[in-house]
Design a protein around this ligand. Structure first.
Ligand code: IMP
Length: 214
């Protein structure tokens, strides 16, 4: 089975390939640049991109995957959210760090709560006129400094919350069975990121509903 993943971000393709490989599903990059609508939520954005891309699929019965993500920072009222791409291109991760410079505390739990944020991803899979939509969330916090590493986007500054034995995210300040020990996504491997990733969670939920596409 092949899924066309519509994105210009090869980092996202690598993550999806890594995930779907264990199910014997091949992921191909579909480089179509859809117009991003101004919308308040990720689902509206993702569904609009699917609609724009359908006429351009190589074969009409191909499967199309669109995934839209964003970083939502609590103290910034959810900013950059649906504007994450634009903000990354204009302010960069250092701009976000600057906006949050005053949010710090010597108490690690309070510091984490002041800098609380989450990644959200909405994935839409389309086939033969039918769509399934799923969501994945990764809670965490914004680091005080950016790390250099292999990640993309906001990876250098996003620290995921620890996980319990079942892989569920824990409240800030709780030491979990799985932890990056304060290291942002940008400083860990792709394999490690998959345990926490919003995208991974959205794709997992999508796969569990795959039978709905017939
Ligand atoms: P997109 O519009 O879904 O491609 O994502 C919006 C912005 O969030 C882009 O600038 C991405 O680089 C960034 N982003 C999405 N997912 C991740 C991630 O897993 N890590 C870091 N940045 C991400």
């Amino acid at each position: 089975m092949t899924i066309w993943f519509m994105t210009t971000n090869s980092g996202k393709v690598a993550e999806a390939r890594h995930y779907f490989a264990e199910y014997g599903v091949t992921v191909e990059q579909f480089e179509f640049e859809a117009v991003e609508p101004q919308a308040e939520d990720l689902e509206t954005v993702a569904l609009s991109k699917v609609e724009q891309a359908i006429p351009h699929l190589p074969n009409s019965d191909d499967m199309l995957l669109v995934e839209d993500a964003g970083l939502f920072v609590d103290s910034l009222n959810g900013f950059p959210g649906v504007y994450s791409s634009y903000v990354l291109n204009t302010l960069d991760v250092h701009g976000i760090l600057k906006l949050m410079n005053h949010l710090k505390s010597d108490d690690p739990i309070q510091d984490g709560n002041l800098r609380k944020a989450e990644f959200r991803a909405v994935a839409v899979l389309y086939k033969d006129g039918q769509t399934i939509v799923s969501e994945g969330v990764c809670p965490g916090r914004i680091a005080h400094e950016a790390v250099t590493g292999d990640g993309f986007g906001f990876d250098p500054i996003f620290i995921p919350a620890d996980l319990d034995e079942d892989g569920d995210s824990l409240p800030i300040g709780t030491i979990g069975a799985k932890s990056t020990h304060g290291m942002p996504f940008g400083g860990i491997t792709l394999e490690e990121k998959q345990h926490y990733s919003h995208r991974h969670r959205a794709l997992e939920s999508l796969l569990s509903n795959l039978d709905r596409l017939g």
